[in-house]
Design a protein around this ligand. Structure first.
Ligand code: F6R
Length: 610
């Protein structure tokens, strides 16, 4: 978690750093800070709370200077406070860091024995002292001092360092946490992700683990931990700065919900062969050979991506007739998960950086399985370490609660299911065409659903007081119920549970009374009759039911306190539709409560801790 940014150029660094941090704030937002070289040496401002507090502090206490680093924090070591905020300073050295230094206790003791007095509880301060010590011990250049220090450090990091010894340089390094370097016009930048650099450049270098970059106005040079020069290729990213702006919406989350039709259309673009009822394997990171040798599919993911994977399981089982398992990334390391060489492991992660999912990928690779990444962020860790990658094309997702990336993941998984099914003779061309045609119709059906947003808002107004909400669904409506519950709890802080509707009678039915809103996903599909019966059971106990139903379903209309209509649609793509009213419901409930929807408490978008 945490976001870091660095700027060296001819413009004032402070506004550029704050703007970069604003775009990284989704990574953490409990405190923030900058260190900038100015006439008096290294000026440091750190503040507790969101970035706007730093912004205000910098307005009152401006820092001039054209070289600096910045940080937005999600606390790991030490509570959120000004002292624990980055940059951390030792001597004339300032460091910002994203990641975890695993051997920080041993290093702290060693430095304390050397007379160092620490001013924070963080693991990062250790790095600042190590670099300062290396410089005082005679390291000729900042890059050399950083290299010596990193040789002592175990764990994951992306760091950016400035020092009074070399005021025109930033040294940045990566091991396990993402770091991107970009060249603007007479300026160089680095940051935790593309979004931080987008307003300056679209040509970016994604550092590899073990890389150290030395940035000056004149350019950048790369080396490794052994001090050898390395070459890194620049890539042009196709995200534009405008995509990372709110564009008139009150929150990024609302904008991103509305961007789902385009996210879906972009994710399928150029990848389908509608006439052949097929998907182009090269476009989705799969080959004929992989498809044919696969005996089982294992989906690994966390949070919302896990819910997308649960939907993917239904599709892969139905369309490719392959046994399919889904596991939480964090559970893979807690079990003796058995992977085989003929498994296809699909790691689903919008950020491509989630620590737990990375752990699962490592375990699968160690067992010789083939790993396919489904990710939204170009060149992020999971696609890099996988055998193939299918990039969703949802564009930057800034709201911490994932919406459009979820939809794009669903699209990716449906395409994978079709590709596997066609290669394995489990799916004929006509059915393939039917599925893919349904996929192509989804964007306009979602637009239709978005047209009902005001009605969802009025339902949300009546539910806003609820402290507990139950979400039910069967078949692929079950993961959508889980996702609806997750969205609601994340941003509205109401307690919400998703359940397989068939499980209600095995326990949750005890919760039902006239105060408990029960949201049921009940479109006209093969689960309809059974779910309908569950709704009657809820009604029989005075529970108030909010139902997602197919337009014209009068029987449900009579039972429901509120009904959210779904357009007539193919069963194959219903999950792409049913999730939308649930996202809107969560959004409007949270917005009505006045919550910070885009940055809900305690959360961060990129979860790089275990
Ligand atoms: C919820 C949400 C999280 C993420 C989870 C995994 O709205 O966004 O649950 O889905 O942290 O993140 P990725 O997909 O980046 O691996």
């Amino acid at each position: 978690m945490c976001g870091i940014v660095g700027y060296v150029g001819k413009q004032l660094a402070a506004p550029i750093l704050v703007d970069g941090l604003r775009r990284l704030e989704y990574r953490g937002y409990d405190s923030a800070g900058v260190a900038i070289h100015n006439a008096e040496g290294l000026g440091v401002v750190r503040t507790l709370g969101k970035l706007r507090v730093l912004h205000e502090a910098l307005s009152e206490q401006p820092l001039s200077g054209t070289v600096g680093i910045g940080h937005t924090r999600w606390a790991t070591h030490g509570r959120p406070s000004e002292e624990n905020a980055h940059p951390h300073v030792a001597g004339g050295v300032a460091v910002v860091h994203n990641g975890i230094i695993e051997n920080h206790i041993a290093l702290r003791r060693e430095l304390e024995a050397d007379g160092v007095v620490f001013s924070s509880d963080t693991d990062t301060e250790i790095v600042a002292h190590l670099i300062d010590r290396a410089l005082r011990a005679g390291a000729s250049k900042l890059v050399e001092a950083v290299r010596i220090s990193l040789g002592r450090v175990q764990g994951a990091y992306a760091i950016a360092v400035v020092s009074e010894h070399e005021p025109a340089t930033i040294v940045a390094a990566r091991h396990g946490s993402p770091l991107v370097v970009g060249a603007g016009d007479g300026e160089m930048l680095c940051g935790s992700d593309i979004a931080a650099l987008l307003s300056h450049t679209r040509d970016m270098v994604f550092l590899e683990d073990g890389d150290i970059a030395e940035l000056t106005c004149a350019g950048v040079s790369y080396s490794n931990l052994a001090g050898e020069p390395v070459e890194r290729e620049s890539k042009r990213v196709d995200w534009s700065p405008v995509m990372a702006e709110r564009g008139g919406y009150k929150h990024f989350m609302l904008k991103e919900i509305h961007e789902q039709p385009e996210a879906i259309a972009a994710t399928v673009r150029g990848r389908l062969d509608l006439d052949a009822g097929d998907v182009h394997g090269g476009e989705i990171g799969l080959t004929e050979e992989i498809a044919k040798r696969t005996r089982r599919v294992y989906l690994v993911a966390c949070g919302t991506s896990y819910h997308a994977s649960l939907v993917g399981r239904y599709w892969i089982e139905s369309l490719a007739k392959l046994p399919t398992f889904v596991e939480l990334g964090s559970e893979v390391s807690c079990r003796d998960c058995v992977f085989f060489e003929d498994d296809l492991v699909i790691a689903v992660s919008q950020s491509g950086e989630t620590f737990d999912t990375i752990g699962a990928v490592k375990a699968a690779k160690a067992a010789g399985a083939t790993v396919l990444a489904v990710a939204n962020v170009l060149d992020s860790a999971i696609p890099r370490m996988s055998h193939g990658a299918l990039y969703t094309r949802a564009g930057p997702e800034i709201g911490v609660a994932s919406t459009k990336c979820f939809s794009a993941q669903l699209v990716a998984l449906l395409m994978i299911a079709v590709y596997l099914g066609r290669r394995r003779d489990a799916l004929d061309a006509a059915t393939g065409t039917e599925v893919l045609q349904a996929l192509c119709e989804a964007p306009s059906q979602i637009n239709e659903l978005l047209g009902d947003a005001d009605y969802v808002r009025s339902v949300a107004a009546q539910m806003a007081h609820a402290t507990d909400v139950l979400f039910l669904g069967r078949g692929y409506n079950y993961p959508i119920a889980l996702e609806g519950a997750l969205k609601l709890k994340e941003i509205s802080y109401a307690h919400a549970e998703g359940y397989a509707a068939g499980e209600m009678k095995h326990g949750p039915i005890a919760l039902i009374d006239e105060d408990l809103p029960v949201v049921v996903v009940c479109p006209k599909d093969r689960t309809y009759e059974k779910t309908f019966a569950n709704i009657q059971e809820v009604r029989a106990r005075e529970g108030q039911v909010i139902v997602l139903a197919t337009k014209g379903d009068e029987a449900l209309h009579e039972l429901a306190a509120h009904i959210l209509w779904l357009p007539e649609a193919s069963e194959w793509t219903l999950p792409l539709l049913t999730v939308v009213p649930l996202q809107l419901l969560a959004y409007y409930i949270a917005a009505r409560k006045g919550h910070d929807v885009d940055q809900p408490r305690n959360l961060a978008k990129t979860v790089t801790v275990e």
